[in-house]
Design a protein around this ligand. Structure first.
Ligand code: CP
Length: 316
């Protein structure tokens, strides 16, 4: 693997899943794999799991980690040929060049603006940084994709599935703030790996980008969608039209223990953070359905496997 931006970077999924499993069993099995190598992590947005799991993953492999909260740094100009006379003090070309000289792997988180879908679809920060960076880049969540989360989700589903072709429902749930589509889109992209029956359920007006829906089905009626489901993956995202707005905070779409009764004892998943009694009720969060803590723990093993594969590729 040369970088980790999307599914397209994964040449050997089964090998990667096997490495995740191995690091879950023995996280300190290769403590010198990243000796004298450094990981630079740049956060343009907040994080708990991604930051801590990736940092811990790198140190398990013997790497040094430099973490930057980018709110403490210079604002980057991403466009070419600009007269930089406004608030942006540094061009991404220089920033990427400098960071490439300090780090062996660079990891970046940058959320979408949720104002202009076309602009968010460009994923400009990640794509321009990758273009100008000479080191492998890990996407820690960008406008369209959250591959460390989605690979973790795939691994967690593989761990818990009890039949070959499980029914997986991606269920929208209410939230008071406008959230990106990223986790939902990325989940749909990664669920194309393997034999899964994926059904998406959300209120009208919350349609996800059709290119990510390919191979999956849509059922507006949540009760119908939940019938015989093996996994319920809960996530909020903002509206499709008008893009990035909150149209609906219909509490009847909150996931409760009652709502899970029509499933096939489905496992309940969420990427976290989650707002209790808004997105998922206490009784569902604290029930035997929930594998949310196991899912979050797997973020560590996934990050370690991805970094390990990038390090291994550098040596060949
Ligand atoms: N799921 C996830 O990415 O969590 P953080 O935003 O806390 O990193």
């Amino acid at each position: 693997m040369k970088q980790f931006y999307s599914t397209k970077d994964v040449y050997d999924l089964e090998g990667l899943l096997q490495t995740i499993s191995s690091f879950k069993q023995a996280p300190h099995s290769v403590p010198l794999a990243g000796q004298h190598k450094s990981l630079a992590m740049l956060f343009f947005n907040p994080s708990l799991r991604t930051r801590m799991s990736t940092e811990r993953a790198a140190t398990n492999l013997g790497m040094d980690v430099i973490t930057m909260n980018m709110k403490d740094s210079w604002a980057w100009e991403l466009e070419e040929g600009q007269v930089m006379d406004a608030d942006k003090a540094e061009h991404v070309r220089e920033a990427a060049g400098v960071i490439s000289s300090y780090a062996d792997i660079v990891a970046i988180r940058s959320f979408p603006g949720l104002k202009d879908k076309k602009e968010d679809d460009r994923d400009a920060l990640l794509s321009t940084f990758i273009k100008h960076c000479s080191k492998p880049v890990i996407n820690l969540e960008s406008s369209l994709r959250h591959p460390l989360q989605s690979l973790t989700d795939l691994f967690t589903i593989r761990e818990h599935m009890t039949k070959k072709n499980p029914k997986i429902v991606l269920s929208w749930a209410p939230h008071p703030k406008a959230l990106p589509h990223t986790v939902a889109l990325s989940f749909l992209e990664w669920m194309r790996f393997g034999r899964h029956q994926v059904v998406v359920t959300h209120p009208e007006g919350y349609e996800l980008d059709p290119s990510f829906m390919k191979g999956h089905s849509l059922e507006y009626d949540r009760d119908k969608a939940f019938e015989n489901a093996d996994f319920i993956y809960v996530k909020n995202w903002s509206a499709a039209n008008p893009y990035g707005k909150v149209l609906n905070i219909d509490k009847s779409r909150m996931i409760t223990l009652e709502s899970l009764k029509r499933t096939r004892k489905a496992k309940l998943m969420h990427c976290l953070p989650v707002r209790r009694n808004m997105v998922i009720s206490d009784d569902a969060m604290d029930s035997n359905h929930s594998i949310i803590q196991q899912q979050a723990k797997n973020r560590l093993h996934t990050a370690q496997a991805v970094i390990y594969h990038l390090l291994t590729n550098m040596q060949t």
